[in-house]
Design a protein around this ligand. Structure first.
Ligand code: NAD
Length: 493
C-alpha cells in the first residue's frame, strides 16, 4: 500500500491539551491492518495529562468561550467543517491507513459526514427555541415560566474505531454547539483523524481548553482516567456494551449524565412479497459494509421459506462478487478488519459455527493474497445457514463480514425471532405491502427500523438503541437536549 500522503507517517501523534500539542513519555504503535506495518507512534496520555486536560476544559467554560454568542460559536463550527474539507485528502488518507477501509467509503461516508455533523448541529443550535408558559396564580396577576438551556459543562467524548471521525464528531459537534467544553478520546486503534481534527480546531481559532484530545486505551489508561475524573460533568460514549457497563460503574459515584450508543445484533426480515433484487442488494450492503464493522450492520437474516433457497443463492453471488483488497484500489469493496486481534475473534466465531455443524454458503476463513496483505487482518465475506437460534454466532455481536440466514413461515414467528436478542439497535424489513411494513416495523424492539432501505440517515432523527444497545437518543434535538441542562425561570408578574 502506498504510504505517500498519510499524515504523520513515521512520526508521533500527540495529545492536544489547553491549546497545545503535547508529547508524553509512553508511546504505542499505530498499526496498519492491511499489512501489519507500523504507521506511526502515539503519545499515550497519563493520569497527569488527562487531569490537565480536564482542568483546561473546566477553566475554558468560564472564559472567552462562555461569553461567545451562539451565532459566533456556530460560525466557528462552520469554520471547522470548512477546515476538514480543506484538508479532505489528508483526512481520507489517515482514515484509510488506520482502518484499512476503502477509499470509496472514507471519501463518501466517513469524512463528508464529519464535516456535515458540525454544520448540522451548528445550524440546529442557532435556531433552537425554548419553552415558555403563562401560569395562573391566585392573585390573578399570573407568572411567566421560561426555560434557558445551559451547557452541561465538561463533557468526555469516548469514541470507537469503526467510523472513527464520523462517530467522534457526531458527539463533539452537538456538545460544542451547546456551549460545553470537551475532552475527546479516540480509539487507540484509530488515533490519526482525531489528531488532524485537533489541528483544524486549533487553526480556526477555537479558544484554548474548549477542545482537548487525549490518546490512550480504556482501563488503567486515558479512558478510565477520564471517566473517573470528578470535574467531568457528563460522558458520551460509543462502543461495546461491556465497556458501557464499566463506564457506568465509573460514572455512578458522581451521578453523571450518560449517553450510550452500544452494540447490536441486527435482524433483516425478508418477506416473499419484497422487491427481490432490492432486498438482496440492500442486505448485501447491510451485512458487508465496512467489513460488517458498523453497529447497524445486519448479522441475522430471516427469509420467508417460499423464497429462502433463491435468496441464499442470490446473496451468495453478491458476497462472492465483493472485491476484498487494497483500500486504495478504487474497485475495492472491503478492506481488512481493524486488527489481528479482531480478526482472530471473528475467525473463532467462524470455527465454532463450522464445528457445530453450520453450512458454509461462502467464505468462512481468511483470503490468501500471496503478498504483504497475508500479514494483514483480512477475512472473507461469509454466509452461514443451519445454526440454532441459541448458537453464539446467532446471539452475540461478531462485528465482522458475516451473517446467518434462517427461514421463517409467518409474520408473528419472524417478529418473535427478530426480537429474541439482548440487543435492540436496528432492524430492516423488506416488503412491498404497505400495511405489513407499518405493522411489522412498529413491533420491532429496536431504536431504528428501515423499511426497504438500510443506513438511510437523516441527522435530525432520533438515533440510539434499547436493551444492551444503549441509553438515550442522539440526533437532531435529541443531541441538543442531552448536551444541555434546561433551567426553568419563574417570574411572578
Ligand atoms: P470498545 O468499547 O472496545 O472501545 C470504545 C472506546 O472506549 C475506545 O476509545 C476505548 O479505548 C474506550 N474504552 C475501553 N474501555 C474503557 C473503559 N473501561 N473506560 C473508558 N473508556 C474505555 O469498542 P470498539 O471495539 O472500539 O467499537 C466496537 C463496538 O462499538 C461494537 O460493539 C459496536 O457495535 C459499537 N458501536 C456502536 C455504535 C452505535 O451507535 N450504537 C456505533 C459504532 C460502534
Amino acid at each position: 500500500m502506498p504510504v505517500a500522503g498519510i499524515p504523520y507517517f513515521g512520526g508521533v501523534l500527540r495529545n492536544y491539551v489547553a491549546g497545545e500539542f503535547r508529547d508524553s513519555d509512553a508511546h504505542f504503535d499505530n498499526i496498519n491492518p492491511v499489512d501489519g506495518s507500523v504507521i506511526n507512534r502515539v503519545a499515550e496520555a497519563d493520569a497527569q495529562l488527562v487531569d490537565e486536560a480536564v482542568h483546561a476544559a473546566h477553566q475554558a467554560l468560564a472564559g472567552e468561550w462562555g461569553a461567545l454568542s451562539i451565532a459566533d460559536r456556530c460560525a466557528l463550527m462552520h469554520k471547522i467543517a470548512n477546515g476538514i474539507e480543506a484538508r479532505f485528502e489528508e483526512f481520507v488518507a489517515a482514515e484509510m491507513a488506520d482502518t484499512g477501509k476503502s477509499a470509496f467509503q472514507a471519501r463518501t461516508i466517513d469524512i463528508p459526514r464529519a464535516a456535515a455533523n458540525f454544520r448540522a448541529f451548528a445550524d440546529l443550535a442557532k435556531n433552537r427555541g425554548s419553552e415558555c408558559f403563562h401560569t395562573d396564580t391566585p392573585d390573578g396577576k399570573g407568572a411567566l415560566n421560561y426555560s434557558v438551556n445551559k451547557p452541561l459543562g465538561v463533557v468526555a467524548v469516548i469514541a470507537p474505531w469503526n467510523l472513527p471521525l464520523l462517530l467522534l464528531t457526531w458527539k463533539l459537534a452537538p456538545a460544542l454547539a451547546s456551549g460545553n467544553t470537551v475532552i475527546a478520546k479516540p480509539s487507540e486503534e484509530t488515533p490519526s483523524t482525531a489528531t488532524l481534527l485537533a489541528e483544524v480546531i486549533h487553526q480556526v481559532g477555537v479558544p484554548a481548553g474548549v477542545f482537548n484530545l487525549v490518546h490512550g486505551f480504556g482501563s488503567h489508561s486515558a479512558g478510565e482516567f477520564l471517566t473517573q475524573h470528578k470535574l467531568v460533568n457528563a460522558i458520551t460514549f460509543t462502543g461495546e456494551s461491556s465497556t458501557g457497563s464499566a463506564i457506568m460503574r465509573a460514572a455512578a459515584a458522581g451521578v453523571k449524565p450518560l449517553s450510550f450508543e452500544l452494540g447490536g445484533k441486527n435482524a433483516a426480515i425478508i418477506f416473499d412479497d419484497c422487491d427481490f433484487d432490492e432486498a438482496v442488494a440492500g442486505t448485501a450492503r447491510s451485512v458487508f459494509t465496512n467489513g460488517g464493522q458498523v453497529c447497524l450492520c445486519t448479522e441475522r437474516v430471516y427469509v420467508q421459506r417460499t423464497i429462502f433457497d433463491k435468496f441464499v443463492k442470490a446473496l451468495k453471488l453478491k458476497a462472492q462478487a465483493l472485491k476484498v483488497g487494497w483500500p486504495t484500489d478504487p474497485n475495492t469493496d472491503m478492506g481488512p478488519l481493524i486488527s489481528h486481534k479482531h480478526k482472530d475473534k471473528v475467525l473463532s466465531y467462524f470455527s465454532k459455527a463450522i464445528s457445530d455443524g453450520a453450512k458454509v454458503i461462502c467464505g468462512g476463513g481468511a483470503p490468501q493474497f500471496n503478498d504483504v496483505r497475508d500479514q494483514g487482518a483480512f477475512v472473507e465475506p461469509t454466509i452461514f445457514t443451519g445454526l440454532g437460534e441459541d448458537h453464539p454466532l446467532v446471539r452475540e455481536e461478531v462485528f465482522g463480514p458475516v451473517c446467518h440466514i434462517a427461514p421463517f413461515d409467518t409474520e408473528a414467528e419472524v417478529i418473535a425471532l427478530a426480537n429474541n436478542t439482548n440487543y435492540g439497535l436496528a432492524a430492516t424489513v423488506w416488503t412491498t405491502q404497505l400495511q405489513r411494513a407499518h405493522r411489522v416495523a412498529k413491533q420491532m424492539d429496536v431504536g431504528i427500523v428501515w423499511v426497504n432501505a438500510w443506513y438511510l440517515r437523516d441527522l435530525r432523527t432520533p438515533f440510539g438503541g434499547v436493551k444492551l444497545s444503549g441509553i438515550g437518543r442522539e440526533g437532531g434535538m435529541h443531541s441538543l437536549n442531552f448536551y444541555a441542562e434546561p433551567m426553568n425561570i419563574c417570574i411572578k408578574l
